[in-house]
Design a protein around this ligand. Structure first.
Ligand SMILES: NC(=O)C1=CN([C@@H]2O[C@H](COP(=O)(O)OP(=O)(O)OC[C@H]3O[C@@H](n4cnc5c(N)ncnc54)[C@H](O)[C@@H]3O)[C@@H](O)[C@H]2O)[C@H](O)CC1
Ligand code: K
Length: 504
C-alpha cells in the first residue's frame, strides 16, 4: 500500500468527503468509531480504569472528543482535558457540543496540570497530521508532564508533536505513546528507528478513505504487505526442469567464515533456484559438500580466501559477499566480476565494504545490481546520515546515481530504486538481528535473480519472504532463540504463501 504525506492525507480526506457525499463530521465519526473499536477489543471498562482524553484544538482533538463520547456510552470512565486555544476547528466544536454533560472536562493550565495515576489510560488527541511546528507553551508542558508520568498512552493517528513525514528538531517535545492507532495507512514517521520510542506499536485501522484517490495518489513511498506482492512470484511450471530455474553462483566465505557461505547457499537452495554452485576458498570444500549436498562446490586455488574469479559462462546470476573478508586478492575478484559480469549481480557484506573503500570500484557497478547493506555499510558507500530521513535521501540519490537497487536492512528494511521509489518491508522481527541473517537474504536474492525475476520483484519478494520466514521461525524458537538457519527452514512456507495468495 502507499504511504502518503500529511498534505496528501488531507487531500484524501477531502476527496472522500466529496466522493462519498458525507460530511467531514461523519468521516470523523468513522475515525473515532474505528479507534474506539480497537481500544474496546483490548480493554474492558474495568481494565481501562480512568481514561483521560487530552484534546487539542483541531480535528485530532475532535476525534478525541468523539472517542470520549463513544467510550462514555460504552460504560468506560472518561475525563476530558482541553488545550486552551484561540480557535477550535468546526468539527471539534460539533463534537464538543455532542459530548454528554456528565463527562467531566477541564481546560488545561500549564501551572496546574492534573496528577496522572500510574495506571491511568491516556488518549493523546492533542495534535495529528495538522502539526505545522514543534509543540510549545501549554501543549509542550502537557506532553512533558505525561511523558514523565509514564502513563499508558494510546495516540490517535500519530503521537502529538511528531511530524508525519519529516524530522522534528532533536529537542522538540513529542508524546511517548505505547500504541499509536493510525488511520487507514501507515505514516513514514512510523517506519523510522528515531521515532520508535514515540510511536510504540502502531496498528492501522481502516476508515474508508476513497480507494480511487488512494489508487491515483502520486507517492513514491510504499509499505509492502502480502497483498502488494500478489502475482509477483511466478508459479512453477508443470513441465519445468532444473534448467528452467536458473543456475546461481555464490562467491562466499573465507577461513573462519565458511558458515556465511553455507547459510547463503542453503537459503539460495530453499528459494527455488534450479542449480547452485558455491565458490569458496579450498578450506570450505568438505563442510560445503557435507552440509549442502544439493550445491556444487567449486573451490578457489587459495585455501583461506577468494583469489580467482571462475568462468562466469554457466551462471544466470552471481551473489558475492557473505564472509569473503577484504584481502587484496579478493578485491581483485570483485573488480574482475564488476568488469566482466553479463548477468545480474547481488552484493553484500564485505563486497560492499570493498566497494565503499574504493570509488573506482563503485564506478564499475553494473546497472540493476542489487545491494544489501545494513545502515553502517550503506554509510560507508555514501556518507554519514544526519538522521533517518536524511539516510533515505542518501538512499534515493545513491540508487539514482548508480542505477542500482539497494535493500537497506533493519526493521522495516527499505528498498531504494533507480527511479526514486522507496519500498518499506512489513515482515520480520527483532529475533532476526543475529549473525548470518543477512547471508540468508543474499542467498534468497541470488536465487530469485538467477530465476530471471526483474530486480524490483526479486528484491521485494526476497525482503518480504526473508522477514516472513523469520516470523514463522520465531513462532517455534521465540525471538531470542532464533538463529539465521531457522529463517532458511521457513523460506519454503513463506514462498508458498506468496504463491497461493495469488488470485485467480
Ligand atoms: N485525514 C483523515 O484521514 C482524517 C483525519 N482526521 C483527524 O484529523 C487530524 C488532522 O486534523 P487537523 O485539524 O488538520 O490538524 P491537528 O488536529 O493535527 O492540528 C490542529 C491545528 O493546530 C494548529 N497547529 C499546528 N501545529 C501546532 C503547534 N505546534 N502548536 C499549536 N498549534 C498548532 C494548526 O492550525 C492545525 O490545523 C488527523 O490526524 C486525524 O486525527 C479526521 O478526524 C478523520 C479523517
Ligand atoms: K495525537
Amino acid at each position: 500500500m502507499k504511504i502518503l504525506t500529511a498534505a496528501q492525507t488531507r487531500q484524501a480526506d477531502a476527496a472522500t468527503i466529496r466522493e462519498q457525499t458525507i460530511t467531514s463530521e461523519a468521516l470523523m465519526e468513522r475515525a473515532a468509531t474505528a479507534f474506539t473499536g480497537w481500544l474496546m477489543a483490548r480493554q474492558t471498562p474495568a481494565e481501562a480504569g480512568e481514561i483521560l482524553v487530552f484534546c487539542g484544538p483541531g480535528n485530532n482533538g475532535g476525534d478525541g472528543l468523539a472517542v470520549a463520547r463513544l467510550l462514555h456510552q460504552a460504560a468506560y470512565h472518561v475525563q476530558v482535558y482541553l488545550l486552551p486555544a484561540d480557535r477550535y476547528s468546526p468539527d471539534f466544536q460539533a463534537n464538543q457540543r455532542s459530548l454528554p454533560a456528565t463527562v467531566p472536562r477541564t481546560t488545561l493550565d500549564a501551572a496546574a496540570l492534573p496528577t496522572i495515576a500510574v495506571d491511568a489510560l491516556v488518549i493523546d488527541a492533542l495534535f495529528g497530521t495538522g502539526l505545522s511546528r514543534p509543540l510549545a507553551g501549554v501543549a509542550a508542558a502537557v506532553v512533558a508532564h505525561l511523558n514523565q508520568a509514564r502513563a499508558r498512552v494510546v495516540a490517535i493517528d500519530i503521537p502529538s508533536g511528531l511530524f508525519a513525514d519529516a524530522p522534528q528538531p532533536a529537542d522538540a517535545p513529542v508524546m511517548r505513546a505505547r500504541h499509536t492507532v493510525g488511520f487507514e495507512l501507515p505514516k513514514l514517521a512510523f517506519l523510522l528507528p528515531q521515532n520508535a520510542a514515540f510511536v510504540g506499536q502502531w496498528p492501522v485501522v481502516p476508515i474508508g478513505l476513497s480507494s480511487q484517490f488512494l489508487a491515483q495518489a502520486a507517492s513514491k513511498l510504499y509499505f509492502v504487505d502480502a497483498a502488494f506482492l500478489a502475482g509477483r512470484l511466478p508459479r512453477r511450471a508443470t513441465f519445468g526442469h532444473k534448467g528452467t530455474y536458473g543456475h546461481a553462483l555464490l562467491l562466499a566465505g573465507s577461513r573462519g567464515k565458511i558458515g556465511a557461505a553455507l547459510l547463503a547457499a542453503q537459503a539460495c537452495l530453499r528459494s527455488g533456484v534450479g542449480l547452485l554452485t558455491v565458490r569458496t576458498p579450498a578450506c570450505g570444500y568438505d563442510v560445503l559438500q557435507t552440509a549442502a549436498p544439493e550445491a556444487m562446490a567449486l573451490t578457489d586455488p587459495s585455501s583461506d580466501y577468494l583469489s580467482e574469479l571462475p568462468d562466469l559462462k554457466p551462471y544466470s546470476a552471481v551473489g558475492i559477499g557473505p564472509g569473503i573478508g577484504q584481502a587484496e586478492s579478493t578485491k581483485q575478484v570483485l573488480t574482475q566480476l564488476l568488469r566482466e559480469a553479463q548477468v545480474p549481480l547481488v552484493l553484500d557484506a564485505d563486497a560492499l565494504n570493498l566497494l565503499g573503500a574504493d570509488p573506482g570500484l563503485l564506478a564499475l557497478l553494473p546497472a540493476d545490481s542489487v545491494l544489501t547493506p545494513h545502515p553502517r555499510e550503506f554509510e560507508r558507500l555514501t556518507s554519514p546520515a544526519r538522521d533517518d530521513y536524511h539516510r533515505l535521501e542518501l538512499l534515493r540519490a545513491f540508487c539514482h546515481a548508480h542505477g542500482c537497487y539497494v535493500v537497506l536492512k533493519g526493521a522495516y528494511s527499505c528498498l531504494g530504486t533507480p527511479t526514486g521509489e522507496l519500498y518499506f518491508n512489513s515482515t520480520g522481527n527483532p529475533g532476526m538481528a543475529t549473525g548470518g541473517s543477512g547471508d540468508v537474504l543474499t542467498g534468497v536474492l541470488t536465487a530469485l535473480r538467477a530465476q530471471q525475476l526483474p530486480p524490483l520483484d526479486a528484491a521485494l519478494l526476497a525482503m518480504y519472504a526473508h522477514g516472513r520466514a523469520g516470523d514463522l521461525a520465531a513462532r517455534n524458537t521465540g525471538q531470542a532463540g532464533l538463529v539465521a538457519g531457522d529463517i532458511t527452514q521457513f523460506l519454503g512456507p513463506a514462498f508458498e504463501e506468496l504463491t497461493t495468495s495469488k488470485t485467480f
